[in-house]
Structure formats: structure tokens, C-alpha cells
Write a protein that binds this ligand. Structure first.
Ligand SMILES: *[C@@H]1O[C@H](CO)[C@@H](O)[C@H](O)[C@H]1NC(C)=O
Ligand SMILES: *[C@@H]1O[C@H](CO)[C@@H](O)[C@H](O)[C@H]1NC(C)=O
Ligand SMILES: *[C@@H]1O[C@H](CO)[C@@H](O)[C@H](O)[C@H]1NC(C)=O
Ligand SMILES: *[C@@H]1O[C@H](CO)[C@@H](O)[C@H](O)[C@H]1NC(C)=O
Ligand SMILES: *[C@@H]1O[C@H](CO)[C@@H](O)[C@H](O)[C@H]1NC(C)=O
Ligand SMILES: *[C@@H]1O[C@H](CO)[C@@H](O)[C@H](O)[C@H]1NC(C)=O
Length: 276
């Protein structure tokens, strides 16, 4: 059948796309953080939208006597094209404690973005267009000390976002200059942290208990599909193929309807013939 061949082509293409290479070029440097002191950092900029969300290789020259295991900080200075947090950094950098993400097109944190960094204590995510944060985001990062998310467009914060965290060690939270709230505590006492969390729950309500489980399940395939057409330079033909598949699927259902109505006429004809 013609159509089954088309479907096979699509599946092969999808495998090709999701396994596409996603190299990251690091500028290795040392940086000072309030909570961590001086740490070794991979700083990367101009990450172009890739058809893979999984980093496949790291390039860049280490400082003297340093290696991937020394990297405690990842800094992504986006260039307005990155629509997701790259995954698989931990494959190369297993000891990440702080993540800085500026100037990206990331709108949603689906919840599994930080799972691979169990030692994370500091997230600094600014000057992006972040709108929605899943309750699950910190489920695998119980040692968060500092959650710094000002200057985004946050409107929905999962009700249980802070639930997995230890209120004895969580001291810095900023949601300044967002849509639903502008609150912040810096090195706050526990009661201040707790009342800020209460305020955020009231100002940015988002009961995502159901959404979380489904989006986590869908994240990879949804993002990959959106990218077919988002990344115009790299994968034009894939985008075209996706569009024609959608068209064929539409045409196919139209043709099924036509075939059904022809079958009905034939059945009536057979009945008519039998009756005569
Ligand atoms: C790498 O980082 C250092 C220190 O921040 C900076 O001076 C240098 O310009 C950076 N190099 C590149 C290629 O971005
Ligand atoms: C992470 O990167 C390594 C090295 O390229 C690769 O072997 C591995 O499959 C990647 N993991 C995922 C989930 O893509
Ligand atoms: C963003 O990336 C594009 C394409 O690589 C490049 O031409 C441009 O200079 C970059 N802009 C900034 C601000 O780095
Ligand atoms: C929270 O952190 C404090 C200080 O490190 C520690 O003593 C306490 O056991 C932690 N609580 C939980 C529930 O992990
Ligand atoms: C779908 O049907 C339209 C109208 O019959 C036709 O022009 C178009 O070529 C068809 N598309 C595909 C991909 O078969
Ligand atoms: C079958 O049905 C169609 C529509 O009712 C009619 O035009 C046609 O003449 C019929 N053919 C036969 C062989 O009865």
C-alpha cells in the first residue's frame, strides 16, 4: 500500500531527527557565587535551536588541570532561539550545582529539566519568556538554596513547586518582574520564605497535578515535533514532510468517507439486484 510506505518514511525520518547531533561549545572559566564560592563553569552562548533536545557532545578547551568532573556551573546565554533546556548535560558534567540560563525563548518548564542534577542548589533563570512552571521542577533537586527567576513572564506556578524542598536551607527566591507576582526574599528567614511561597500559591495558581504527568510523558515528542518547523534552516525537508503527512492523513480520511459512501451505494445496488 502506498500509504503504509509513506508512514514508514515518516517513522525513519523521526528517528533520524531525534538522533541528530547537538554539540555544545563551552567557554571554560571560573566564576564566584554567593552560595558556592569560586567554581568551574561551562559558559555557552548562541545555542541554535537543534532538532535534538539531548546534548551529544561538548567542545571547548579546559583550563589547566581541569576536566569535565570539575564543572559545577553551567551558564547558557541564549541567543533568542533556544526554546527548551538542553538535556543530557550531566552525561558530560556529573557534578553540576548551579545553572544560569539567560535570554532564551523558553516558555515552559515541564518539570523534568533538572532531574539530571541531583546536587543542584542554585537556579538563576532570567530575561526569558518563561510563563509556566510545573510542580515537578524541583522533585529531584532537594537541596535548592536559591531559586532566582526574575524578569520573565511567569503567570502560572505549579501549586507544589516548593513542596519537595527543605525550608531550612531554601533562603533566596525571586519572582520579581513577572506577570502574576513580583515577590522576592533575599537570604530570608524561614518565616519569610514560607509566607512568600504562600503568596506565590495565591497569586499564580496552577493546579497542574494532571497536566504534569501528561506533559512529562509528552515532553520529548512534543518539543521535537514543534522543532520540525521552528528550525527552518536545518530541517526544511523534515518540516515539509511533516506537513505533507498531515495533508495525506486529512486526504486519507476524506477518501475513506468517499469509499464508505460508494460502498453503501453498492450495497444498496446488491440489495436491489437481489430483490429483483
Ligand atoms: C570566555 O570567558 C571569559 C571570561 O568570562 C571572557 O573574557 C572571554 O571573552 C570568553 N570567550 C568567549 C569566546 O566567549
Ligand atoms: C547523551 O550523550 C551521550 C554522548 O553523546 C550519548 O551516548 C547518549 O545517548 C546521550 N543520551 C541521550 C539520552 O541522548
Ligand atoms: C545570534 O546567532 C546568530 C546566528 O548564529 C548570529 O549571527 C548573531 O550574531 C547572534 N547574536 C548574538 C547577540 O550573539
Ligand atoms: C533540612 O536541612 C537541614 C539543614 O541541613 C537538615 O538538618 C534537615 O535534616 C533537613 N530536613 C530534611 C527533611 O531533609
Ligand atoms: C490532498 O488533496 C488535495 C485535493 O484533492 C490535493 O490537491 C493534494 O495534492 C493532496 N495532497 C496529498 C499529499 O496527497
Ligand atoms: C446503483 O445505484 C446507483 C445509485 O442509486 C444507480 O445510479 C445505479 O444505476 C445502480 N446500479 C445498478 C447496477 O443497479
Amino acid at each position: 500500500m502506498k500509504f503504509s510506505i509513506l508512514f514508514e518514511i515518516f517513522i525513519v525520518t523521526q528517528i533520524f531527527v531525534t538522533s541528530n547531533s547537538f554539540p555544545i561549545n563551552c567557554n571554560f572559566t571560573t566564576v564566584k557565587f554567593n552560595q558556592l564560592g569560586t567554581v568551574y563553569e561551562c559558559s555557552t552562548t548562541n545555542i541554535l535551536a537543534s532538532s535534538s533536545i539531548y546534548v551529544t557532545s561538548i567542545t571547548g578547551t579546559h583550563l589547566n588541570k581541569k576536566n569535565n568532573n570539575d564543572v559545577a556551573s553551567i551558564r547558557i546565554q541564549g541567543n533568542d532561539t533556544l526554546p527548551f533546556v538542553p538535556r543530557n548535560f550531566s552525561y558530560f558534567f556529573p557534578n553540576v550545582k548551579t545553572m544560569t540560563i539567560y535570554n532564551t525563548q523558553i516558555e515552559t518548564l515541564y518539570g523534568d529539566e533538572l532531574d539530571e542534577f541531583p546536587q543542584l542548589i542554585h537556579l538563576d533563570f532570567q530575561y526569558s519568556i518563561l510563563k509556566t512552571i510545573s510542580s515537578r521542577l524541583f522533585e529531584k533537586t532537594p537541596y535548592m538554596v536559591d531559586i532566582w527567576l526574575p524578569n520573565n513572564k511567569i503567570a502560572k506556578v505549579g501549586y507544589d513547586l516548593f513542596t519537595p524542598l527543605n525550608m531550612t536551607i531554601l533562603k533566596w527566591i525571586s519572582f520579581r518582574n513577572n506577570v502574576c507576582t513580583s515577590s522576592q526574599v533575599s537570604n530570608g528567614a524561614q518565616e519569610d520564605v514560607l509566607s512568600l511561597i504562600d503568596a506565590i500559591r495565591q497569586q499564580c495558581p496552577y493546579d497542574d497535578e494532571f497536566v504534569t504527568t501528561t506533559t512529562t510523558f509528552l515532553t520529548t515528542s512534543t518539543i521535537t515535533q514543534n522543532l520540525y518547523c521552528a528550525d527552518e534552516n536545518l530541517e526544511d525537508f523534515v518540516c515539509d514532510l511533516k506537513n505533507s503527512l498531515t495533508e495525506v492523513q486529512g486526504n486519507l480520511s476524506t477518501k475513506n468517507e468517499i469509499i464508505d459512501s460508494i460502498l453503501n451505494i453498492l450495497r444498496e445496488n446488491v440489495t436491489a439486484i437481489n430483490e429483483t
